[in-house]
Write a protein that binds this ligand. Structure first.
Ligand code: MN
Length: 290
């Protein structure tokens, strides 16, 4: 049965993350829910925006995270990343970086040097995926997913393509391993292209349109920047593109645990937040220079 539409909304007005990411937030701050999209905790969207050439580093300097994962999806432009666990890499268009902060990591995120020097359009998303209590302090991990790693499933006789970042779609398995079930699908649809996305009823589920216009489960066509939150009252989403479209489908099993969020830390209790601050200040997250 098709899910109903709970709400269609735009993100907040853009704000700067460092000096390199001009993002609109969709949750948790844009809405009155903190857990409505659990296990996904945060979504920041950098709409396509042209950056002038520069020779300086543009982005966000070294900062900590604990208790969750950051997932960066690049559509246009390239982002360079380094962390205190010794991981690093460049996220190019079509690629995804899935970083597990777990027990604690320091990292920095900049426009990749050649991209910054040339200037150009940056179009990307960062999603925070919460970790369940049992995995909050798991060792930091880094999954750099290239276009070769991400399975592409043609749909509707070639009028659509589903890129399976995590979870599964039809027989294809997601490129990223996750701690709890979470489908993250990059949908590319031509005009009239339709895709049927089955998902368990209790999974929190949404579709963010990034380009073009997409109808889902009988909604009005949603335009770029519109976020469709589905009710948990059915087990499928049917998305149909009205124009050449790109959309991100998120659907995951909620983590039914208390949640306390403070800046870059997402934990289960205030005590754990205090511990995170203490450990960070004591240098237990390692060291990293910008
Ligand atoms: Mn970060």
């Amino acid at each position: 049965m098709k899910r109903g539409i709970e709400r269609v909304f735009q993100g907040t007005p853009e704000h700067w993350v460092g000096d390199g990411f001009h993002v609109s937030n969709y949750f948790p701050s844009a809405t009155d829910f903190e857990k409505r999209m659990s296990p996904f905790f945060l979504l920041d969207y950098q709409k396509p925006e042209a950056y002038a050439p520069t020779t300086r580093k543009r982005g966000v300097g070294t900062h900590p995270h604990r208790g969750f994962e950051t997932v960066t999806v690049a559509y246009q432009g390239s982002i360079a990343h380094r962390d205190s666990a010794g991981h690093g890499g460049v996220i190019r268009p079509g690629e995804v970086q899935w970083m597990t902060a777990g027990g604690g990591v320091l990292h920095n995120e900049y426009h990749e040097q050649a991209f910054a020097r040339a200037g150009g359009v940056l179009h990307m998303i960062q999603i925070w995926v919460n970790l369940p209590r049992r995995d909050k302090l798991t060792p930091a991990k880094y999954q750099g997913l290239t276009t070769r790693d991400i399975a592409e499933v043609p749909v509707d006789g070639g009028k659509g393509l589903v890129r399976v970042i995590s979870g599964s779609f039809e027989d294809a398995k997601g490129a990223a391993s996750t701690f709890t079930p979470a489908h993250m699908l990059d949908l590319r649809l031509k005009p009239g292209g339709t895709v049927r996305l089955p998902t368990p009823k209790d999974f929190n589920t949404a579709l963010l349109v990034l380009q073009g216009k997409v109808k889902a489960n009988g909604s009005k066509p949603a335009s770029a920047g519109e976020f469709i939150l589905f009710k948990n009252d059915g087990d499928e989403v049917v998305a149909e593109a009205v124009e050449d479209s790109i959309a991100l489908f998120l659907s995951g099993a909620p983590i039914e645990e208390p949640l306390v969020h403070y800046g870059p830390f997402v934990m289960n209790s205030v005590d754990e937040i205090n511990q995170a601050v203490e450990d960070f200040n004591a240098g237990k997250f390692g060291s990293l220079t910008d």
